[in-house]
Write a new protein. Structure first.
Length: 352
């Protein structure tokens, strides 16, 4: 592809636009995060969609100015077409489709989670397959084996709440501000992670998983355990004093589950290269635990928070990869729920 590519992200509560050059270098990146949801302790879909409508044009203009690129010089426009909040997605899809048509350039729909796979490579050219990928965000928790771009084998996924969703809900239970991930991490700094023995869901080997630790996730039980503990402490008036310890113990449980299952997945596929993507991948203790466990024998790829959280640059980079590929599968329009194109279940036979 010759010329700059514009990427648009509007899947949830960030309106983001980015311009990349042919080499995938970020020329301009603007991210607008919607503060209104803090009032409600979670994202309100209708408010999110309305704010995207107001912000998308000025956000794109700002990204183009930062990149020093005139709109008529764009050679393609990529957009996160799913999964996400349908109203929010429709804003990005409709705007980019109309803009691509007006400019006479290709319109490239991108899967939001495939975008997260491309996040780290924006800053590290060595963050390329083969690797095992742990994608953790507010709406998703996925373990993938990625032998090459476009070939994705699903190792495990959440059965209920995503890791980021659990952070948000526990943050709300603890009276912390939204979003819960950064707030819980900040509160946990002053806490004892061993104070409360919260459960580690789905960590026991069983027959259904071939005698191995299952690679799927479940965080609803952990969230319920925190809720019951908080309810008991509210009766005795101890929540305020115990909040840091509750945050630290919850965070330790999530980090423990994510790292142990991911390391089990890496052993299963025989790969010592790990890529972390998604907003929760910016969690400091999670990154530190992986660095400790991998040591010198493995390689860890992570992006800065700027490219780990939802952003237009990762969408533009995934769009560069998907450029010229037809069809796009189910990503021909905004989709609230849709699998990553080309993703199939992993089996032990996959490695042979």
């Amino acid at each position: 592809m010759i010329g700059p590519v514009l990427g648009i992200e509007t899947t949830c509560d960030e309106t983001s636009a980015a311009v990349l050059d042919d080499a995938g270098t970020i020329l301009g990146l603007v991210i607008h995060s919607q503060d209104v949801h803090r009032i409600y302790g979670g994202v309100v879909p209708e408010l999110a969609a309305r704010d995207h409508l107001r912000r998308i044009e000025p956000v794109v203009d700002a990204a183009l100015r930062e990149a020093g690129v005139e709109r008529r010089r764009l050679r393609a426009i990529a957009v996160a077409a799913g999964p996400g909040l349908i109203g929010a997605l429709l804003v990005g899809v409709s705007w980019t489709r109309a803009s691509a048509f007006a400019l006479g350039v290709p319109w490239i729909p991108v899967h939001h989670m495939e975008g997260h796979l491309f996040g780290p490579v924006l800053e590290d050219p060595e963050a390329v397959p083969p690797f095992v990928a742990l994608l953790v965000s507010g709406g998703h928790t996925l373990l993938l084996w990625v032998p090459e771009w476009g070939r994705y084998f699903l190792l495990g996924q959440t059965r209920d709440d995503a890791a980021g969703e659990a952070f948000d809900k526990v943050g709300k239970l603890l009276g912390l501000p939204y979003p819960g991930g950064p707030a819980v991490q900040a509160a946990a700094v002053r806490g004892d992670p061993a104070r409360y023995a919260f459960p580690r869901p789905m960590m026991r080997a069983n027959v259904r998983s071939g005698g191995r630790v299952p690679l799927d996730f479940s965080f609803s039980g952990l969230k319920t355990a925190v809720a019951r503990t908080v309810a008991g402490l509210e009766e005795t008036g101890e929540v305020e004093d115990e909040r840091p310890h509750l945050a630290a113990s919850f965070q330790e449980a999530v980090v423990d589950v994510l790292t142990r299952k991911t390391l089990a997945a890496m052993a299963a596929v025989g790969c010592d290269r790990l890529l972390l993507g998604g907003g929760v991948s910016a969690n400091g203790p999670l990154r530190m635990r992986f660095r400790e466990r991998l040591g010198a024998r493995g390689r860890l790829f992570t992006g800065s928070p700027r490219v780990s959280l939802d952003n237009g640059a990762m969408i533009a980079r995934a769009g560069q990869f998907r450029a010229g590929q037809r069809p796009f599968g189910d990503l021909d329009d905004a989709r609230a729920s849709v699998p990553i194109p080309g993703m199939v279940p992993w089996t032990p036979e996959t490695n042979h």
